[in-house]
Ligand binder design. Structure first.
Ligand code: ADP
Ligand code: ZN
Ligand code: ZN
Length: 669
């Protein structure tokens, strides 16, 4: 009987490739080992996916692998299972899932094998000093619920407002897990993986900690990966891709800010680390804790149907009062650069009381539009259906979609007039306006433009924490994760932008954003106030959110999703396509639509919507379109896609069409 190796190789093809074992091979070969194989004219590192006795390819045509690179499986069984599941569920080429899951150095051909040195325990002198925190009743209840399932698969949703003591629950749970010699994997959004976060773990535990995120060098990443795999790190803190990190002795996975969009990869392999955490928990038979102040509707729904155990922490620890919400009705009020007159008054009041003020505006640059007052010309991007943003200080126009940069024209390119005006407000202009209005105040602006230099964000956050500034201006970057104890006023300038979006998740995301920004304000001695500027003060979403809170908003929104047959009550997949010429992408998707409809039985529960052009049809020179598949039954959706992919293998799309499938898409475009 012959031995055939099924090898996963980084390639756009979805199948594995069959090889004979190396000729002079005496060793036992197992799945999870790396193997060097000839592939066309190249030599590539692949992963043994399975070992079988037969191949569809004639034995005489099979090539032999060159060599086996590992003595033992490099990728343990559980991670192989996770990788296989991921490839199947997301309909993604298996070889490319390995590219996402395994450190790059392990996928390179190297003469010498990688070097690995055991990391030292990173401990601090204050270790364990904080272990004396006495939990309040709600926390006690949550912790004891988790403790009842400490050694089995169970998913908990720790649903607690900012400062309700969620992290404290994570720490005490980890402490129990690690006491038995097991490891904890903690996933956080990129923006939250700050030195402060890591320090908080270091101060608590006298244990080696490994950190895994996208900014590590390949060597650093490899080191952390092995530390986790060999049980040389007890705690692994990482971002999205760390979900694939093997652990010799896995104990628990914790995913903080589980609603955060950064857990969903938006390119190549479009996986959701939150969903993979659940899959992995089941494979490894370990508990999962998802935490958030604003859980995703999916997770809230999973609590409702008893897939997850809900652990509410509705109150802040200590006696901190809840922040108070106000709507600023912008209608018929005098506006100055996007700020209503009476909001200036509120800011002034807080500054006078020596509170810090946070002004949130999710738009960087000076102004989003540059226009000619004589002829109406707009500065548009030549590659995208979008205006270019004016950046005054840099004296440039930037496209925020494709990164094209141009000098600001002195004259209108169409009529030659020099009457060019900047419309709208970005953070750069807002800074100028507020500085002019409050000349005594020290301002700090935090957005992608002011934080390009390494370390600059940390420096500014430090200034804020030490209360060296009075007004903070920021985008999304400032909305999450950071604690600003001296902030007493949070003003959100443009909530209306999201209220009428075509994306059905826009409401959910807006509510989360508002709650997250408002979570930055106030502590025990300094209660916080939140002001939301809007032209729609009667909007039910806003009214519900500020009068009854996020949970109540979520209940209503879920009802709405149920009625309109949207996730989590139905399942979605999007097929996106793009091409250099208009209509080609649409044409391709029209064909796909036909194939789907022809190949599914009339009674199959599947809906096909589109194709429709993207909201911004042209981006970076490509015309984009999408087709939406929807089904109440997840397996029907997946069967349909499997059948479609089989057909696309035979009827290959034209090579100038780029396309992909997004399962459980988080953003429509
Ligand atoms: P969250 O993660 O929900 O924002 P944290 O766990 O970070 O909340 O808690 C907020 C602050 O309150 C932290 O400084 C933490 O040390 C402290 N804290 C948490 N639980 C308690 C408690 N039971 N008693 C006193 N302080 C607590
Ligand atoms: Zn003009
Ligand atoms: Zn552009």
């Amino acid at each position: 009987m012959s031995i055939i190796l099924q090898v996963a190789i980084p390639s756009p093809l979805r199948n594995t490739f069959d090889y004979l074992p190396p000729e002079d091979q005496g060793q036992k070969i197992e799945p999870g080992m790396r193997v060097l194989v000839p592939f066309g004219k190249q030599k590539l590192v692949g992963f043994v996916h399975a070992i079988t006795a037969t191949s569809e390819i004639a034995a005489s045509k099979l090539k032999a692998a060159i060599s086996i690179l590992d003595n033992d499986p490099l990728i343990p069984k559980s991670i192989m299972e996770l990788i296989n599941w991921t490839a199947e569920y997301y309909h993604h080429p298996l070889g490319d899932v390995f590219v996402n899951a395994v450190p790059s150095l392990l996928r390179e051909i190297r003469k010498k094998n990688y070097v690995y040195s055991k990391p030292e325990a990173i401990t601090s002198s204050q270790t364990n000093a904080l272990n004396k925190i006495i939990l309040n009743q709600e926390q006690k209840h949550a912790l004891s619920a988790i403790e009842q399932h400490l050694y089995e698969f169970k998913t908990f949703l720790l649903d607690g407002v900012t400062n309700s003591g969620k992290t404290e629950i994570y720490l005490q749970t980890i402490s129990k897990i690690c006491a038995t010699g097991k490891q904890a994997l903690v996933l956080v959004p990129e923006i939250n993986l700050t030195p402060q976060t890591i320090t908080r773990f270091q101060e608590r535990f006298n244990l080696p900690i490994a950190v895994i995120h996208s900014k590590l060098t390949p060597q650093e990443r490899l080191r952390s990966w092995f530390a986790a795999k060999n049980n040389d790190a007890a705690i692994i803190i990482g971002t999205r891709s760390a979900i694939f990190t093997p652990m010799q002795n896995p104990g628990i996975i914790i995913l903080d800010e589980e609603h955060d969009l950064s857990f969903k990869q938006q390119s190549s392999l479009r996986y959701n680390a939150r969903d993979l955490a659940n899959v992995r928990g089941k494979i490894e038979n370990i508990p999962i804790i998802l935490g958030s102040a604003t859980p995703s509707l999916e997770s809230i729904h999973n609590v409702k149907r008893r897939r997850y155990v809900g652990l509410p922490l509705p109150h802040k620890v200590g006696k901190a009062p809840e922040p108070k919400f106000h709507l600023v009705d912008m209608r018929s009020q005098k506006l100055q650069d996007g700020i209503a007159e009476n909001l200036f008054g509120v800011i002034e009041k807080h500054l006078a009381a020596e509170g810090q003020v946070l002004v949130f505006l999710n738009r960087r640059g000076f102004a989003p539009v540059l226009l000619c007052h004589e002829c109406g010309w707009h500065a548009n991007c030549k590659n995208c259906d979008a205006h270019m943003t004016l950046h005054q200080k840099a004296r440039e126009l930037h496209c925020h979609h494709c990164s094209t940069v141009k000098r600001i024209p002195i004259k209108c390119p169409t009529c030659g007039s020099n009457n060019l005006v900047a419309l709208g407000v970005g953070t750069e202009k807002l800074e100028l306006t507020l500085q002019t209005h409050f000349p005594q105040a020290k301002l700090i602006r935090i957005d992608r433009d002011t934080t390009r230099r390494k370390g600059s964000l940390q420096k500014m956050l430090g200034e804020i924490q030490e209360n060296n500034c009075q007004i903070l201006i920021g985008t999304q970057m400032l909305a999450k994760g950071h604690h600003f104890p001296d902030v007493t006023l949070v003003a959100v300038l443009n909530v209306d932008n999201s209220l009428f979006s075509s994306d059905f998740r826009a409401n959910e995301h807006l509510a989360q954003l508002i709650m997250q920004v408002s979570g930055r304000a106030g502590r025990a001695e300094k209660p916080g106030e939140i002001y939301l500027q809007t032209h729609n003060p009667q909007h039910p979403l806003l009214l519900k959110l500020i009068s009854s809170g996020y949970a109540s908003f979520a209940r209503d929104e879920l009802q709405e999703r149920d009625i309109t047959e949207l996730p989590p009550f139905t399942h979605l997949a999007i097929i996106r396509a793009e091409s250099k010429t208009q209509d080609m992408a649409i044409e391709f998707l029209r064909g796909v639509r036909g194939q789907v409809i022809n190949s599914t039985p009339a009674n199959a529960k599947i809906n096909v919507f589109g194709p429709i052009p993207a909201v911004m049809e042209r981006k970076s020179g490509f015309f984009r379109a999408q087709l939406l598949l929807q089904s109440i039954k997840r397996n029907v959706l997946h069967q349909t896609i499997t059948a479609l992919l089989e057909q696309l293998k035979i009827n290959k799309p034209a090579s100038n069409i780029k396309w992909h499938i997004d399962i459980d898409p988080q953003e429509l475009m």
